[in-house]
Design a binder for this molecule. Sequence first.
Ligand code: CTP
Ligand code: MG
Length: 584
Amino acid sequence: MYFTYTNSIWRNLKNFIHENSVIRRKFSSEVKQEVKFDNFIEFRRAQASRSILVQVQSENSYVDLCNYCSKFGDIIGAHHYELKDNSNYILIEYKTLESIKEVLDSAHYNLESTGIPAYSPLLWFKAAGVVKGNSVKLLNDSNKKGILKISNGLYQTREADVMELILSAENVSDQIKTLHELTKLNDLEIRLRFLAAKQIENSISGIFPKASALPFGSSVNGFGKMGCDLDLVLRFNQGIVKDNINSRLVFHTKENLTNERSQVQKQMECISDILQIFLPGITSVRRILQARVPIIKFHHLLLNLDVDLTMSNMSGVYMSELLYILGEIDHRIRSLIFVIRKWAQSVGLTNPSPGRWITNFSLSCLAIFFLQNVKHPLLPPIDLLNKSATINDIRITENGLNCTFLRDHSILDFRTENNSELSELLLQFFEFFSQFDFSNKAISMNKGSAIIKPDHSSIYIVNPLEPNLNISKNISLEECERFRIEVRNAAWILDNEIENAKSNSKSTTKLWGIANLFKTSQETVIKPNFFFKPRMVEIKNLFDDKDEEKVISDENDHLNIKESVKTLETNLTKKFKINKTSDR
Ligand code: CTP
Ligand code: MG
């Protein structure tokens, strides 16, 4: 017997999965018409603005807490979770923003502690009996129990349980779907990510009331796995609209003419101090300011998150939007990328720390490129999204990157005729990259085809938003070779598994299907060539500026960029106006 479980563990697990899928279905039906990336982000940001997080004694405190909190307004949801240290939290969502103001105005600081009195939506619930709640007014359900939507919402299905459910699937394609369903980010995890962003935004709102902290990367691009890091970009001026341009009153500001890069580094030092010194829950703050994209890394104890905060431009957000849109085009894409990421992690191709190995982001790009090149493509070249953009899709970053592409894929002139099962697509992915000529060819998702490699990088993936940059520049020759060996192994294994699954009856006790792909590299069929240098690298080498291509270095560059952003915006707007007239 491969795994043995008592009935009660099974029941709990199945209940949990059922509960979660009900929530997901409910959420997806709530936002179905708002599936555009901007709407999704706005929906989640608004939800976070109407939410507070309260530390409680245990899950049982929720009736008391909801009783107490409902005097500040209608509560529309409560989500409980417990962390490894047995601390318990309930996230409460109010119907209106006014309630948050009331609830925070009513809260007080613990006068016996030496804590710094920071104002944030992270609170704790004082022991019972101190203040009694008034009459209960619950929006969804007069029964208080009905308000707790999720209990233990950060519960991650154990690896062994995921495997057991994979083994009980019908066929290889179902295994892939099961893996996706069980491991993708859930509703509560997304809520906590947006709450983390809100906490940072609030902390500087005095001087920067228009500041936005925006999640990007796998937390929002549809490829996020439970427990993935949160990537955040903090922009001081994101909410500044050009509408006020005619106002005769202009804010006094400090001149910001010095080298933009060193200016950003200074600002980040300051922000990292605010996070470290003042914000509850934020710990282990580290600055990596010499990198091409300087970042602040920290851990959020109460929200259970590892966060990378940048203050660079919006390109990461637009890149996430692009991946989100591509993932929306066909229902197979996200499941396929999930199984590829999981496979790469299992065989040791990816690694949580940065290094010379392939990243999840590069893997997703490889999968996208494959889907553009498969017989009957599932995805169009990105150039088609660029060409199909409308005037509402114009986005230019502050440093002049043109991130204009069609946001509403439903009007895209592209339909796939590919009816392949997920299992076939996965096999074709492995076969495709077993034969890909990485030595001479670069991958262009914009063109949807291979192009001549511009330099000697081991793998060259053209960044679709910054075509002069290579997304996979970090990958060493050795890691590229390991990738080629592992895709060949995987193709060989999967081919056999698909054949066997057709003829043999499936077993829930013996490994079969994709479970056989998830073996550690020690178990692989072909061993990597040990001729290459060891994989570990010095962290400082990763952030060596000499290695980087585009560094904005002086005041003139800064002014030139402002100028060219303006010209680009004007030209694009003109172009759209001309097109519109000629369309008529
Ligand atoms: N990004 C980019 N160019 C790169 C690296 C990253 O534009 N060369 C952007 C992408 O939008 C990417 C995001 O930064 O999704 C975050 O990068 P990273 O955390 O490395 O990747 P994720 O997609 O978030 O994957 P993971 O789940 O491993 O965090
Ligand atoms: Mg990430």
